[in-house]
Design a protein around this ligand. Structure first.
Ligand SMILES: Nc1ncnc2c1ncn2[C@@H]1O[C@H](COP(=O)(O)OP(=O)(O)O)[C@@H](O)[C@H]1O
Ligand SMILES: [Mg+2]
Length: 246
């Protein structure tokens, strides 16, 4: 852990009822980086993001974001601090149009009109396909467009840290490329990203640092090169499906 860390998780234990899932997770995300969190289905990746964003209360451990201990804080407080979570499965208001979904992203933010305008301009420039169809209902968009809209909705809060849970799920390879491209542009614009992915290779391609989670514990971390050179991924995915193409 270093002074550059925007997020520091230490000794985190989280479960559902009496069933423990995370068993002492340590993880740090430095400002300006894309950090990938990979691991097989059921490893606890979504549980970790839910705990960081305040949806689940940890039974032990610390979560320090931008210098404040946020463990157990309510989700809206954590959002206000600039930590946004794009959940698994692109939860949009499907019967609302694109523009309304972006507006809902601002719910409770209380911004000046001029600042709001800048936020719309920023996301519409980043996602031209949304700018072309502001009146389209979210429910009729393609899977890729819905994922872009879910990301755009979070970006309306101008997050310091954006956490994404499997943004590539169910998308065609070319659309996955577009999502990864957007994440790299966001990093260049100063947004720090914690990316949960089952498509390990795609995540390592754009990450600065990666963590491998298995059975609720971090079994290793390092640069993508170091992760690729070792056998962590093979160990983490033994007996599980992996996206490794070759
Ligand atoms: N809402 C829930 N209630 C009870 N158990 C859950 C719930 N969500 C996930 N789990 C369990 O927690 C473990 C980790 O799940 P999850 O965090 O979703 O893993 P991942 O995102 O890595 O696939 C799994 O054993 C899963 O069955
Ligand atoms: Mg998950």
């Amino acid at each position: 852990m270093s002074a550059n860390d925007l997020l520091q998780v230490s000794g985190l234990e989280v479960g559902y009822g009496h069933v423990g899932v995370l068993r002492g997770v340590d993880l740090a995300v430095s400002e300006g980086e894309i950090v990938a969190l990979v691991g097989s289905n059921g490893a606890g990746k979504s549980t970790l993001l839910r705990a960081i964003s305040g949806l689940l209360r940890p039974s032990a451990g610390r979560i320090v974001f931008a210098g404040q201990d946020i463990a157990g804080q309510p989700p809206h407080r954590i959002i206000d601090l600039g930590l946004l979570h794009v959940a698994e499965g692109r939860r949009l208001f499907r019967r609302q149009n694109v523009h309304a979904n972006l507006e809902l992203g601002l719910y409770g933010a209380r911004l000046d009109r001029a600042v709001e305008r800048q936020r719309y301009d920023f996301v519409y420039e980043l996602f031209p396909m949304l700018a072309e169809r502001p009146q389209a209902l979210a429910g009729v968009l393609s899977g890729g467009q819905q994922q872009m809209l879910a990301i755009a909705q979070a970006l309306m809060r101008q997050p310091k840290l954006l956490m994404l849970d499997e943004p590539s799920l169910g998308l065609a390879p070319i659309v996955v490329d577009q999502v990864m491209e957007v994440l790299q542009r966001l990093r260049a614009a100063g947004t720090t990203i914690l990316l949960v992915e089952q498509m390990v290779e795609r995540a390592l391609d754009i990450a600065d640092h990666a963590y491998v989670l298995q059975n609720g514990a971090v079994i290793g971390s390092g640069t993508p090169q170091a992760i690729r050179a070792g056998d962590l991924i093979r160990r983490a995915y033994l007996g599980a499906l992996s996206d490794r193409e070759a």
